[in-house]
Ligand binder design. Structure first.
Ligand SMILES: O=P(O)(O)OC[C@H]1O[C@H](O[C@H]2O[C@H](CO)[C@@H](O)[C@H](O)[C@H]2O)[C@H](O)[C@@H](O)[C@@H]1O
Length: 260
């Protein structure tokens, strides 16, 4: 297998590490990192997360070791996540693949028609305003209703967004952690990864992905299929070959790699 030729020996390599995650050759890898639930703990609200003080240094060191191939791949909008990634100027895939920032410039998916997204956002905002406990998160490419503060609001949130998805062609309804989201049809972290891995300077390197959510599973599956290193963070069924308990453990493993 190709990745064995370039020095990666798959699952067997992890047998002797304390965390069970093998140590890849970073200079021959592309490291995709999910954000919420993977690099930072989940919080009550999207704007209430606490970023570990050393995260910036960790990402900088990993970027150096991979030759700039650390890719943040998140459901958040790029305009939002950059607030938490001060100093990181590497590639970012945002909105679950609906946005990308590869060489500094942000590009939105062509199907995320701004007028339709604005309309969806306004309607979801109005709905949340009449359902205390629901949080509406507007993105340049879609909209989310968060029900973490009141799980009884999951069913009405679902019904509302489902109705919107049926009346707005090109937008699909997705379930993630304590949230429902409308996003452009046809996008996905796996789709973005595949496209990116065909381009320089990523082509020919081994994909690594750390992710925590059901929305990360297609990408974890794809990375596993490629013979790359797929790491599930937290509980739940997964296609990944490795698992770490929480974001703190994920950061510890990443730190181990740069200290090796
Ligand atoms: O792909 P990710 O980087 O994991 O982003 C997924 C979603 O993360 C955020 O929502 C989640 O985290 C919040 C803060 O901890 C939490 O309150 C919420 O319940 C979670 O669903 C973010 O707000 C979303 O836009 C992302 O899609």
């Amino acid at each position: 297998m190709y990745y064995e030729m370039i020095g990666f020996h798959g699952e067997h390599q992890g047998e002797h590490t304390a965390d069970g995650v093998p140590e890849p050759q970073l200079d021959r890898s592309t490291l995709f990192l999910d954000f919420d639930g993977t690099l930072v703990d989940l919080a009550e609200r999207p704007d209430a997360i606490e970023v570990a003080p050393d995260l910036g240094d960790l990402l900088a060191a990993l970027s150096e070791r991979t030759g700039g191939r650390v890719v943040i791949i998140t459901g958040r909008a790029i305009e939002d996540i950059t607030n938490y990634l001060q100093g990181f100027d590497g590639p970012i895939i945002g909105g679950h693949g609906a946005q990308e920032r590869i060489s500094g410039e942000i590009r939105n998916h062509e199907f995320a028609d701004p007028e339709t997204v604005r309309h969806l956002g306004e309607m979801a905002t109005a709905f949340a305003a009449t359902h205390p406990g629901l949080i509406c998160e507007r993105k340049p490419t879609g909209v989310v209703l968060h029900f973490r503060q009141d799980e009884d609001l999951a069913a009405p949130a679902y019904a509302f967004l489902r109705a919107l998805s049926e009346t707005h062609e090109g937008f699909d309804l997705h379930h993630s952690k304590m949230a429902y989201e409308l996003r452009p049809a046809g996008i996905g972290k796996d789709v973005s990864m595949r496209r990116l891995m065909e381009q320089e300077p990523f082509a020919g390197t081994m994909p690594i992905f750390f992710g925590d959510d059901v929305t990360d599973e297609p990408a974890l599956h794809w990375v596993s299929e490629q013979g790359g290193l797929a790491v599930k963070v937290g509980e739940g069924e997964t296609a990944a070959g490795c698992r770490l308990g929480n974001p703190q453990a994920a950061r510890r493993t990443l730190r181990r790699w740069i200290e090796a």
